[in-house]
Design a protein around this ligand. Structure first.
Ligand SMILES: [Fe+2]
Length: 194
């Protein structure tokens, strides 16, 4: 018998085609209209983003997309249920868009600011050959036993466009350098309890 103590669940959901088309169109429209305002918002990264420190990170009302809100809240609720979290209503606290061009990367970071519970990423546009999100093993003690066991390794998820990933906000992650000519576009979000 084995007890899987202290697991770190990450949920992967596939957004249904019509719903994803609607979300992708809104995101692309937002980028088209606002790209001049995209910045490198993090000190050790060079990914262009709509994120702004100290501000409300939401899309303005004119870009409101019911399908986007639904996809995120259903993914968050499902995560809570599957992992026996308290049955509380979730709130999308932050939502921003990242555009990574050739040479862009994202440093190791996590989203444990304020009262974030869960965080997530929607992959809007990503090629199979591009680097994906790498999650760091939170149980660093495994590395003191052996770096070779799968339990000690970091993990790059094999995701594609139309996928939404939900993970606990404390989980550190990074994105290695984009070596392709394709733009990698993602929506990132934080969820807290309402
Ligand atoms: Fe992140």
């Amino acid at each position: 018998m084995q007890v899987n103590l202290f697991p770190t669940p990450i949920s992967i959901f596939h957004i249904e085609n019509d719903q994803f088309t609607s979300i992708r169109d809104t995101v692309n429209k937002y980028i088209e209209d606002n790209f001049d305002n995209f910045n490198n918002s993090w000190i050790k990264s060079n990914t262009l983003s709509s994120y702004n420190y100290g501000k409300d990170n939401k899309l303005p009302d004119i870009y409101y997309n019911e399908q986007l809100e639904k996809a995120i809240l259903i993914a968050g609720d499902t995560y809570l249920q599957e992992n026996k979290f308290p049955d509380k209503e979730l709130l999308i606290k932050d939502l921003w868009i990242n555009v990574s061009t050739k040479g862009s990367f994202q440093e190791v970071h996590c989203h444990t600011t304020r009262d974030n519970v869960l965080s997530g990423i929607i992959y809007i546009s990503i090629e199979d050959t591009e680097s994906k999100t790498n999650f760091l093993n939170p149980n660093k003690k495994f590395k003191t036993i052996s770096e070779d066991t799968v339990l000690a390794k970091d993990c790059e998820l094999n995701v594609h466009s139309g996928v939404i990933v939900v993970f606990p906000s404390f989980l550190e992650h990074y994105v290695s350098e984009n070596k392709s000519d394709n733009k990698r576009i993602t929506v990132a979000f934080n969820l807290s309890y309402k």
